[in-house]
Write a protein that binds this ligand. Structure first.
Ligand code: PLP
Length: 465
């Protein structure tokens, strides 16, 4: 760790944190008997805490964000130069980084033409929901307003995004939610008994999962359904890649009933899975794509709602109605730091050939965890794409009963003690808290991936024998 951090500084920061910070997703009772962990510095794939302890960060800043690693001076410089020149403008004028970043982003997304900038994944998703509701008013007399979302998917923390979140335990106690949001079943092969599809496999299973979406559409009335909103690979709900055959059938269904398709790339976007976007693995042609976390690797807050010229024109061409354009603003969508950082972030991914690195190392990590299944009966399933991997822990491979969260947390803690920070899907949420998750930086090396896997191996032995 560079730079001195005195004992005095340390005790002041810790007491300020304990007295005044309300941490995200955290039960604060734990801090009555322990100090918070405070990350002081980061470089590359490593971070240091307040005690100077070094960690290999296998979760890119905790929640799949710092894709190009810490301490990137070229991003800091791009942001700082831009801030000195022009920090902000919105509403009545554009900015140079806003235009250049949008152009660059769109060049990675064939079929898409327009980017709407905001500042969080939840917000980017809300923009889609509002566009769809407005399209319903413009084209369908307000009748095609329903938004379908999938069991186990997550789309954000605002009330609209929570209305589209398929994790019961995550949304509990925050209702009532917005009307017109309807859940469809998940498509998780490992738990296909929950879908009543245990006798199917391969493409047949994938198509049957999509057929279950069609059943919901028919039940609701296709003329009332405007949008299907899905994660390309479900993240917090357990790192779930939809089965073969699923996406083709989903797209057939959307076409058949004139339903727009929205892919939430907040986690998978910008290289995490080995393509620029998760949907690009599956031949999907979405109407909307949203993204946030990895867009600027956490160096600045930026989110994007990307769509096609066809959707854009529905708003642009409606000049007879003074209310006909998209009457929305995101104040911080006008910050120039976000697009300046994001533009440099994309340059780094291109110049350092990181997509290739992600594909190679993702396969290495996946194979390594799969090999561990022989030794550790507690591993029920290994899933993922690129540097986005999940290891589901179960008490018994036949019943697939999840391990207790306390035990999964012990694995996380053991890894932390050995200097590797790993994650767990939706901690504190029963039913979703038994999958260890891994999203190391896109710049990781083979040695670092091996170190993560070896550390998990040791931690599993220690906790489960
Ligand atoms: N969509 C997905 C798939 C996410 O995982 C998240 C956050 O984890 C969000 C949306 C919400 O993003 P934000 O926290 O930036 O609002």
């Amino acid at each position: 760790m560079q730079g001195a951090f005195t004992e005095n500084d340390l005790s002041h920061v810790v007491s300020a944190d304990k007295a005044h910070v309300w941490h995200h997703l955290f039960q604060h009772k734990a801090l009555e008997t322990a100090d918070p962990r405070i990350i002081v510095e980061g470089k590359g794939t490593r971070v240091w805490d307040q005690h100077g302890k070094e960690y290999l960060d296998a979760v890119s800043g905790g929640v799949w964000t710092v894709n190009v690693g810490y301490g990137r001076e070229s991003i800091a410089k791009a942001v700082s130069d831009q801030l000195v020149k022009l920090c902000y403008f919105a509403g009545v004028a554009g900015s140079i980084p806003g235009a250049l970043f949008s152009e660059k982003l769109i060049s990675k997304m064939p079929g898409m033409t327009r980017a709407y900038l905001s500042s969080s994944g939840s917000e980017a998703n809300e923009k889609v929901f509002k566009m769809v509701r407005q399209i319903s008013h413009k084209k369908y007399d307000g009748k095609k307003y329903k938004i379908l979302y999938r069991d186990r998917d997550y789309h954000g923390s605002t009330l609209g995004a929570m209305s589209a979140t398929g994790q019961e335990q995550r949304v509990a106690q925050y209702g009532p939610f917005a009307p017109g949001f309807v859940k469809v079943p998940h498509c998780m092969e490992y738990r296909k008994d929950q879908l009543g599809l245990e006798n199917l496999s391969g493409e047949e299973f994938g198509r049957a999962c999509a057929d279950q979406i069609e059943e919901v559409i028919l039940r609701e009335g296709p003329e009332t359904v405007g949008l299907l909103c899905l994660e390309p690979i479900t993240a917090g709900g357990g790192v779930i890649e939809p089965p073969v055959g699923y996406w083709d059938r989903v797209q057939e269904i959307c076409k058949k009933y004139d339903i727009l398709l929205h892919i939430d790339e907040v986690v998978c976007g910008v290289g995490r899975t080995g393509e620029w976007f998760g949907y690009q693995h599956f031949g999907i042609k979405p109407d909307f794509v949203t993204m946030a976390k990895g867009v600027a690797s956490g160096y600045a807050a930026i989110a994007c709602t990307v769509t096609t010229e066809e959707i854009f024109n529905i708003f642009k061409d409606d000049t007879s109605d003074p209310m006909g354009y998209f009457r929305d603003i995101s104040t911080f969508g006008g910050c120039t730091a976000g697009p300046a950082a994001a533009l440099e972030n994309i340059r780094i991914i291109e110049d350092e050939n990181l997509l290739e690195n992600v594909r190679t190392l993702g396969d290495r990590m996946n194979a390594s965890f799969k090999a561990m299944m022989e030794k550790h009966a507690v591993i029920g399933d290994v899933r993922g794409k690129g540097l986005f991997q999940g290891v589901e822990l179960v008490k018994d491979r036949d019943t697939k009963e999840p391990v207790d969260e306390a035990d999964a947390q012990k694995v996380v803690a053991e890894c932390g003690a050995m200097g590797v920070i790993i994650g767990i899907t939706n901690r504190s949420i029963p039913g979703f808290n038994n999958t260890l998750c891994f999203s190391p930086a896109l710049i990781s090396t083979a040695e670092e991936i091996d170190l993560i896997c070896e550390t998990v191996d040791k931690a599993l032995s220690k906790v489960f024998g």
